[in-house]
Design a protein around this ligand. Structure first.
Ligand SMILES: Nc1ncnc2c1ncn2[C@@H]1O[C@H](COP(=O)(O)OP(=O)(O)O)[C@@H](O)[C@H]1O
Ligand SMILES: [Mg+2]
Length: 314
């Protein structure tokens, strides 16, 4: 909805995943998935827990070597080695945050720049003389990224002392430090409150406007449908459907895939929660307790900000 959506064209694609399959013993976590991201696009990847979304990301970024299929970035096939994938121009954040907890905010971003400086990762971690020199050159850019993500005032704080939402932002800043052409975000708003989620939405739009294409996994449907030019739905490892927000929302199979696990941030969720809250409040003086001892009436949905961070990190 943010830019005119064009049909997928592998010609000139930033990312082209073709027939990606990942098996773990007898389990096929990802099955023959094709996915393309065009320049300037924000593409969403959704699906119930365990659908294979993170596994697919791991195949794209070289953490896993796909059992079958190929992954290309700007027309060149990627080697399944994380550092080579980063060097090629693909950066990611993790569903389970991975920061250097005892380094400062600024240092975390500087480490993220190691693929773009002559100094390597070890030099960055060990702070050799070469790193100190490169650091000065990198610091300006790192500070720009902290401004961009709204973390500049926290530059000297230890990463582990940041609130959860800011740790997620720092992961994005660190990923951007490698100057990627494609950014992969795995549940960037998990554990965020609605304000932080909106800020992240604007941040992703700004990232795209600066020329980095984005592929994002997220459970918050409002976030996904507001943001994405195209959305692909993964169910049990297979791509069920792919299209604009309108097309995906209108597909009954997508709704069916989620049934039984009402998803946070479903369209209308906030309104429903507000109505529930108002009704509960109005009925308060004589509200009967549910007979089975549960605290929520059937059908009561949890507001997105009341959900704990997704714990199925992998
Ligand atoms: N390294 C692994 N070894 C074995 N099974 C795995 C591994 N990684 C993921 N899986 C399995 O693959 C399936 C998809 O998981 P995942 O990609 O984390 O789903 P999602 O991110 O969509 O919630 C799950 O059944 C999960 O248990
Ligand atoms: Mg996942």
């Amino acid at each position: 909805m943010t830019t005119p959506t064009t049909a997928t064209k592998s010609d000139g694609a930033v990312l082209e995943a073709s027939g990606v399959t990942m098996r773990f013993g007898g389990l096929t976590a990802v099955r023959a998935v094709d996915l393309t991201v065009a320049p300037g696009e924000i593409v969403g990847l959704i699906g119930p827990n365990g659908a294979g979304k993170t596994t697919f990301f791991n195949c794209l970024t070289g953490l896993y070597t796909p059992t079958e299929g190929t992954v290309s970035y700007k027309g060149t096939r990627l080697s399944p080695k994380p550092h080579l994938v980063t060097q090629a121009g693909v950066a990611r954040t993790f569903q389970n945050i991975r920061l250097f907890a005892n380094m400062t905010v600024l240092e975390n971003v500087l480490v993220g720049r190691h693929t773009r400086t002559k100094e390597g990762l070890w030099s960055a971690l060990l702070r050799g003389p070469g790193f100190k020199k490169a650091e000065r050159g990198s610091e300006t850019r790192a500070m720009e990224l902290l401004e961009f993500t709204g973390l500049a005032a926290k530059r000297d704080h230890l990463a582990r002392n940041l609130p959860y939402g800011e740790q997620r932002k720092l992961e994005i800043a660190r990923a951007l430090a490698s100057e990627p052409g494609l950014l992969l975000l795995d549940e960037p708003t998990a554990g965020m409150n609605p304000q932080e989620t909106r800020a992240t939405q604007n941040l992703v739009l700004a990232i795209r406007d600066q020329g980095t294409a984005v592929l994002v996994i997220e459970h918050d449907m409002r976030f996904i449908f507001n943001l994405c030019d195209r959305v692909a739905v993964l169910v049990q490892g297979e791509k069920l459907i792919e299209g604009t927000a309108e097309v995906v929302q209108a597909d009954e199979r997508v709704v069916a895939a989620y049934l039984g696990t009402p998803f946070e941030g479903a369209p209308g969720d906030e309104e429903a929660a507000e109505v529930d809250a108002a009704e509960a409040h109005a009925a308060e003086p004589r509200a009967p307790q549910p007979a089975d001892g549960t605290t929520a009436a059937p059908g009561t949905r949890t507001a997105p900000d009341e959900n704990p961070p997704n714990g199925d990190a992998r």
